[in-house]
Ligand binder design. Structure first.
Ligand code: HQG
Length: 179
């Protein structure tokens, strides 16, 4: 009998497979990071139905996933460590963006820069509340303020993912603003 997964567990499985390791279930993504939905459901062992998958996509608190307009393909909106090209266009960021982190990373960040670590980009939030919750995943959150306007004017590129996360390659410490 096929084992069923609750929606949170399936969302975590989806994040892992679509962002980090599609090969773990024998799935292949195209260059844009898209997977065939039927293939995904099949390779995930039919632990979830198509309509449950659609509910996971629609109700994901951070809108982590997108279905193609015809509903036949799915991809993660951001957060990848594998090499995909989301086709995002550079955009003009708000004047200030925020990054949630924790104390143990602070000295490395302040001495050097914010770096993407395992992901493609540094993830920046448009508001402090979101940055707080990002940092809180790791402990007591520290919210850094980034002078995105100055970075943009200096030629740094910014991208806005489909779910409203701002992405950039790195943030030199000189663009961090006092909070
Ligand atoms: C830190 C979640 C040492 C950085 C969230 C962060 C977000 C450094 C960690 C999304 C550093 C990387 C991304 C440096 C940065 N030295 N540490 N030079 N530069 N760091 O998870 O931004 O739920 O890759 O501060 O909500 O925490 O997955 O990035 O603490 O939107 O959809 O290195 O992931 O979304 O951690 O989170 P991450 P993040 P999902």
């Amino acid at each position: 009998m096929t084992q069923k997964l609750d929606k949170t567990s399936f969302s975590k499985l989806l994040s892992f497979v679509l962002r980090h390791d599609p090969g773990s279930i024998g799935l292949t993504l195209d260059r844009g990071g898209w997977a065939d939905v039927d293939d995904l459901l099949d390779k995930a062992g039919h632990q979830i139905t198509r309509s449950e998958l659609e509910t996971v996509v629609q109700t994901s608190d951070k809108q982590r996933f997108a279905l193609s307009p015809d509903g036949r393909r799915i991809r993660a909106n951001q957060g990848h460590s594998i090499d995909v090209d989301l086709g995002l266009l550079a955009a003009c960021p708000p004047d200030v963006l925020f990054h949630g982190t924790v104390q143990k990373f602070l000295s490395a960040i302040l001495e050097h820069e914010l770096t993407p670590q395992a992901r493609h980009h540094v993830h920046l939030s448009p508001d402090t509340a979101t940055a707080q919750s990002v940092g809180a995943r790791r402990g007591t959150p520290i919210v850094l303020r980034i002078n995105a306007k100055a970075m943009h004017e200096a030629g740094y590129l910014f991208y806005r993912s489909q779910n409203g996360v701002w992405l950039t390659d790195h943030v030199p410490a000189s663009f961090l603003m006092p909070s």
